[in-house]
Structures are given as structure tokens and as C-alpha cells.
Design a protein. Structure first.
Length: 285
């Protein structure tokens, strides 16, 4: 755990992220973070050149996170949303490769929040779409970190076990999981055992409180989380993901109707202090 770089996602402050917001790299570095997770609402808003220059100047590294709405749906029964999703994923991979991010993460198997359909058929289409996406990523030295979501946001992949089954069906070493403590807290019988189950296929971690607010201020079992991370020797990125209700499109998508902290900076700084201390205490001597 001592070796895990800690980051914050751009959704804490802004959406959609654009080149004009590249100064967030310097801002999160000043706050004490190692990583800026850039959430890509639209590929055309972000250039690798602007990100790379800002990251190098700030001494920050990146994570790339995707956003998957109804027009980017690998599980769709219609060809256009599937084609859009694959094109978007390839664009995110290209961006990650260009700025040195180790992965593209998110619930890339399906659109978030849609009505329940034929789950078996949707899963088959998702696997069919993720196989070429995984090949594309692997050829460019980028991994895909697939995120299970809670039952209110998807009906396809809710648990770590289901996520690993999807990875097995895709059959690529470039594919693993992103686990998010907010979703784990809802769906798993044991948060720590879900983490241990993933082992070295845990590519990324979102550190989120049970209300999606500041880590350490709610009832997520953090002692168990850090013990499990230490058990599997996790030293990859840990990113605080949260949202501001001021960004209405994102707030509506995640059903966020009230402020979670006084400001984005307050949330980020409080979470960073907690994660650094708790992670250090959990690390083997």
C-alpha cells in the first residue's frame, strides 16, 4: 500500500473536461496528489498534447476514465451505439497511450442506467465488443480496467465475481477490474474478500465513501479495504472519485442531489489525508 500513487478525478471539480481545464494537473499536484484521473465526456474536447504538457510541468501522472451513455453501448441491440462505443474506447486508449496512463477504466461493457433487457444477449454483445477493444489496448501497452456497478446503475456486472467472469470470457491479459468502494459497499457480502478475489487482476481502485463523499467520513470498512489491498500486494493507483452537484449532467446521472462537502478541494484534501494515513497503517512493516 505504501507504493500506491493516490489521485483525484476531474469530476470532483468540472464536467465536461476540456483542454482549458488542463491546469487541474498543477492544482491536484499542489494539493499533494500523484495522479489526475481525466474523465472523458467527449474525446474532441481533450488533446494529448495539452494533457502531456500540463502533466510534465506539474509532475503528475494520469488515469483515463470513460463515460458510457446510451449512445456508447457495447451491449445494445442496435449496431450504431456499439460502433460508437468501440470507436470511443479506441480513442480513450490512444489518449492513455499518448499521455502515459496505464489504463482506461470504467463500466465499458454497457450504458449506465438503462432499463433491463435480455441480459444474456447483452452480455454476449458486450464480450464481442470488448474483445477487439482489448486487442487494441494490449497492442498499445494500455490495460482496460472494467468497473462493476451497483444494481441501480446496471444489470450486467454488479460484483467482482461477475466482473472476473466477464474478463475470462474476453480472454485477454490486457483486461482486469476497477473496483469502487462505493459500489462494493452496496453489492458485496464482504468488501475485503471481493478485493482478494481479484488479486493481480485488480488494475485500479476508486476510493469512495458510502455517500460518495470524502473517504473516511462514512461507514465503508476501510480497515478491511486496506488489509485486503496489502494482502494482494496492491501498489497501483488509488483515485478518489466523487462529483459536485454543480455539474448538473453528472449529478443527474449518479442521482446526487446535495453537496457532499464544502468544496471539491475540501473533499479531495480530506480524502487524501485519510488515505495516506490509513494506507500507511495497513502496510506491512
Amino acid at each position: 500500500m505504501n507504493g500506491s500513487p493516490i489521485g483525484a478525478c476531474t469530476w470532483i471539480w468540472v464536467s465536461p473536461f476540456r483542454d482549458a481545464h488542463a491546469s487541474l494537473a498543477a492544482h491536484v499536484r499542489e494539493l499533494g496528489f500523484d495522479v489526475l484521473e481525466v474523465c472523458i465526456d467527449e474525446l474532441g474536447h481533450v488533446s494529448a498534447e495539452a494533457l502531456r504538457a500540463a502533466g510534465e510541468a506539474a509532475g503528475i501522472v494520469y488515469s483515463v476514465c470513460g463515460a458510457f451513455g446510451p449512445d456508447r453501448d457495447l451491449a445494445s441491440g442496435e449496431p450504431e451505439p456499439r460502433a460508437n462505443a468501440l470507436e470511443y474506447l479506441r480513442g480513450c486508449v490512444d489518449l492513455a497511450a499518448a499521455v502515459g496512463a496505464p489504463h482506461v477504466c470504467g463500466p465499458m461493457y454497457s450504458a449506465v442506467g438503462k432499463d433491463r433487457g435480455d441480459v444474456d444477449a447483452e452480455r454476449r454483445r458486450s464480450v464481442e465488443g470488448l474483445k477487439p477493444a482489448a486487442d487494441y489496448a494490449g497492442e498499445r501497452g494500455v490495460r482496460l480496467a472494467i468497473e462493476p456497478l451497483n444494481r441501480y446503475e446496471t444489470d450486467l456486472v454488479n460484483t467482482a465475481e461477475q466482473g472476473l467472469e466477464l474478463c475470462d470470457d474476453i480472454g485477454s491479459p490486457a483486461v482486469g477490474l476497477l473496483l469502487d468502494t462505493y459500489h462494493l459497499n452496496i453489492e458485496e457480502k464482504s468488501v475485503s474478500e471481493a478485493i482478494r478475489l481479484c488479486g493481480d487482476r485488480l488494475f485500479h481502485l476508486h476510493a469512495c465513501e458510502n455517500d460518495r463523499g470524502t473517504p473516511g467520513t462514512g461507514h465503508v470498512p476501510w480497515t478491511e479495504v486496506f488489509a485486503a489491498l496489502a494482502d494482494i500486494g496492491y501498489d497501483r493507483q488509488i483515485v478518489i472519485e466523487s462529483f459536485t452537484p454543480a455539474v448538473q449532467a453528472i449529478a443527474r446521472a449518479v442521482s446526487l442531489w446535495r453537496p457532499l462537502d464544502a468544496s471539491g478541494d475540501a473533499l479531495a484534501l480530506g480524502g487524501l489525508r485519510f488515505l495516506r494515513e490509513a494506507g500507511s497503517l495497513a502496510s506491512p512493516a
